[in-house]
Design a protein around this ligand. Structure first.
Ligand SMILES: N[C@@H](CCC(=O)N[C@@H](CS)C(=O)NCC(=O)O)C(=O)O
Length: 181
């Protein structure tokens, strides 16, 4: 990737959504492509470094940036990981789909637990102000496969977070593209 222009490899409703929202926030030129994105957290962190004037992460090396990295890695290695087990349980088994129900049930518990943990930190954003961690959380929380209104009443700051993100033109543009693809 260069700072001159990006080609975003992704597909509808996959992990490229958060990256696209951040590209829109930055106003960086990019093209969409039809093959998978690779390590969304790394791409998001790179974009915040490559476009510091967009101010989508604290200054590298600061305590606030350590907190930013903490949540980015938490989201990638915990929430995204649980979402993958929910969506693709057969990938986590040597017996095909035979164990899918148990794998999914456990993943749902983990996913809810991870959401509860980050919910505790929301004020109203992941950090003190909007950062690339917010589209990332927004995308991942939006994949919750069960009753979203029930989740919203149990985790009201998460519902508020989703509402704040949906007000943003960048989110609306990227979500519209994903809905149309
Ligand atoms: N850790 C990776 C996970 C990417 C991933 O597994 N994405 C899902 C879709 S959300 C997948 O199945 N990718 C491979 C594919 O689409 O064939 C990331 O954060 O980018």
């Amino acid at each position: 990737m260069s700072s001159g222009g990006y080609k975003l490899y992704g597909r509808a409703n996959a992990g490229s959504l958060a990256v696209q929202i951040v590209l829109e926030e930055i106003g960086a030129p990019y093209e969409l492509d039809g093959t998978p994105v690779f390590e969304s957290a790394a791409i998001l962190i790179h974009l915040t470094n490559a476009h510091p004037t967009a101010d989508l992460a604290p200054v590298a090396g600061s305590t606030a940036h350590a907190r930013f990295l903490q949540w980015m890695l938490f989201l990638s290695s915990n929430l995204y990981e649980a979402a993958l087990r929910i969506s693709y349980p057969e990938r986590y088994s040597t017996v095909g789909t035979a164990a899918a129900a148990q794998i999914k049930a456990r993943a749902l518990q983990d996913y809810a637990r991870h959401l509860e943990l980050i919910h505790g930190a929301l004020a109203p954003y992941v950090l003190e102000r909007l950062s690339a961690a917010d589209p990332y959380l927004h995308m991942l929380a939006g994949w919750y496969p069960q009753d979203a209104p029930a989740l919203g009443s149990r985790l009201p700051k998460l519902a508020q977070h989703a509402a704040l993100l949906r007000e943003r033109p960048a989110t609306r543009k990227a979500e519209r593209d994903h809905a149309e693809t």
